[in-house]
Design a protein. Structure first.
Length: 206
């Protein structure tokens, strides 16, 4: 009995070690994230739809909401895209995005008058649902900007609402996965995203 347990333990440890080496020293994470990043569009006009990526709440008096790491990099990429393109409008989506993301976009040179805010959504599905009536009154094309690994699910949520969007992923996991010290953090984010995709499929939301 003890011998069998030892063999089982050894097999588990060997598998765990092999998996650790696979994640740390191979392009596995980059490949997995690449499967979720849609073909990038060259469209540089119309409405840029930026998904907020959540917020970080900290102790203290209001306002006590800060932009999340993913939201920060999405905003930075949106500023870059705005500067080199010809977009007329930016729609930022997500609860508290008017408090966290919009000021960053304005600081980066995007006119406040060109920024619309949808700040009632708490999920990717709600992003699409609550953006729909806003986009209905705007001329296209609609270009969706979110993190690279989030693009696959986000694009399908908008399609579920009958909103045709072109994808413009913000480099995130595809960059972080290049650094071994960040690779495990990136791995867990990609794994969580695949789990969310499974849940969204199960619920019929994509």
């Amino acid at each position: 009995m003890l011998h069998r347990l030892w063999l089982l333990l050894r097999a588990v440890l060997m598998a765990a070690g092999a998996f650790t080496l696979l994640v740390t020293f191979t392009p596995l994470v980059r490949w997995a994230a690449g499967q979720l990043s849609a073909t990038w569009t060259d469209t540089d006009r119309g409405v840029l739809v930026v998904l907020g990526g959540g917020t970080v709440t900290y102790a203290g008096p209001a306002p006590n909401q800060a932009i999340s790491e993913s939201g920060y990099w999405r905003a930075i990429h949106a500023i870059y895209v705005w500067r080199r393109g010809h977009f007329s409008t930016v729609l930022v989506c997500g609860r508290h995005s008017g408090e966290t993301m919009k000021p960053l976009l304005v600081a980066g040179g995007i006119p406040a008058s060109a920024i619309l805010v949808e700040d009632g959504s708490d999920s990717t599905r709600e992003n699409a649902q609550l953006a729909k009536p806003i986009l209905a009154g705007l001329p296209g094309p609609f270009v969706l900007l979110t993190s690279d690994f989030h693009t696959w699910r986000a694009r399908r949520c908008f399609a579920k609402e009958g909103i045709r969007v072109e994808a413009l992923p913000a480099p995130d996991i595809l960059k972080r996965s290049n650094a071994p010290v960040l690779r495990w953090q990136a791995f867990w984010e990609v794994a969580a995203e695949y789990a969310r995709i499974g849940y969204y499929r199960f619920r019929g939301w994509i």
